[in-house]
Design a protein around this ligand. Sequence first.
Ligand code: FAD
Length: 533
Amino acid sequence: MQREKNSNPKDSKIYLIGSGIASLASATYLIRDAGVPGKNIHILEQDSTIGGALDGDGDSEHGFIIRGGRMHEEHFVCYWDLLSNIPSYDDHDISVTEETFEFNSRFVSHAQARLLKDGKRVDLSSLGLTLKDQADLLKLTFASEKSLDNLRIEDWFKNEFFESNYWYIWATTFAFQKWSSVAVMRRYMKRFIHLVEGLPTLGGIMRTKYNQYHSVVMPLKRYLCGKGVQFHLNTQVTDIDFSFFLDKKTVTGLHTLKNHEKQKISLGERDYVFITNGSITASTANGSWTEAPVLKYKSTSGSWKLWDKIAPKNNAFGNPGVFSDNIDLQKWYSFTATLKDNTFHNYMENFSGNVDGTGGLVTLTDSNWLMSIVIARQPHFPNQPKDVKVFWGDALYPDNEGNYIKKKMSECSGKEILEELWYHLKVQELMKPIVDAGKVNCIPVAMPFIDSLFMPYEQGDRPDVLPEGAANFAFLGQFAEVPKDCVFTVEYSVRCAQTAVYGLFETEKKVLPVYDSIYRPDVLIKAVKTISK
Ligand code: FAD
């Protein structure tokens, strides 16, 4: 069925469920490219802040906190396009895109201590793949996606693959597990084949000046508020009414919950809804210096409950349970450390050979928890004083007992997590007086759905951004289907936004194509040389 595009949206109301980058990008494109008046756009967010996964909060007294930090690359074409019109956080005369490219020309990613074992740097002149592993990797890159339905990475590779430097780098750079979808791994291999040469040093990785809440979300919010967009916080969408007539699917109403009060929004014929279905940061919980975070489940997640509710209404709406029903396989934990002292950062700079902001991940390969840390360029928060330092870390196996702390990471306080880290880095003596002087804080975070987007799935489990016959709605985010692009990226969510807006409205614009470096022989040759080292 040919979808009729709206060429005169002056009176259309648009409801965006969620305020992550997918919705913020949609709102921007609706205003910029489709001519929707900002005041007609309503962003409904269950949390008390906007930005979804792109968070960044705290201060030097209570500790800074980010759930994660984004690695970007030059060919995030939709993302850089989006931010090319948005004035940056610090300097309103330049865009976020300009700021970020300039920042990365000064702080070039070139990790010198990507993997550590027994506290020493691992020699990465070889990635340690056998001929069989290399052949399996290449075979996977050129396999058809359909043939990989429901398969896990461990179904494809032999056990020895998982002991290679390549796997340690791959798994910890992108947060893959052995049981993650091999179809997603294939997409990553194809989509980012131009980055394979730089994998051991994180070459080609770009970062924003500050954390992404301040560098990306705040500027977008400022732009959208200036255009009159209406943000409705603490507002959860609990159900969506659809009408199905012949091939046509139309949203007719939204059910919301705000301060325990139920409301219904009825949609007119020319009104629209954009739904971020599922969220990898849903139900996250913070711990503290003295307390471990308490794992939460679906009951606190508006996104998963809403998708569970609407999926049975039509078989084009996907299968949320495939991604969300096995928290033990999806969860991992991160932590943010705040230090009123330079010692650790100075030590890491000398040890790794990387000034802050150029090293990226340092992974402790012999950590039972598989712990990594990232030291971003300081300050990472605009309100971070000069003499305060922060770093972020994660652990992919939070249910293993630590090597030094004989507890699961998931049961550890911030203090215990750092004790385990000091042990691996052999800096216990160095850090003890600083910790004893109360100059260190660390906030751990439990993320029950963080790897849900990597769960093995089959085609149809993610709904299309614009399902067949969808007249006035779209799915957005990491659980909508976008051919060729890779989940666990901001680019994927922004690509959904472009696809939705340009598909439903007359804009004279086309969705920017995914950068296909796989067809460049020079790129392929370099990638093959790298994996065969
Ligand atoms: P989300 O950010 O999940 O936003 C969804 C929002 O919608 C949430 O605020 C939620 O509360 C709200 N919502 C959902 N349903 C409802 C409802 N029913 N009612 C009201 N509100 C609702 N990306 C990269 O590109 N590179 C990286 O290196 C990278 N690393 C990451 C590391 C971590 C630890 C994390 C957490 C993410 C990382 N990502 C990375 C991924 C990237 O941040 C996310 O994919 C992206 O931000 C998702 O944006 P989104 O808008 O699609 O969804």
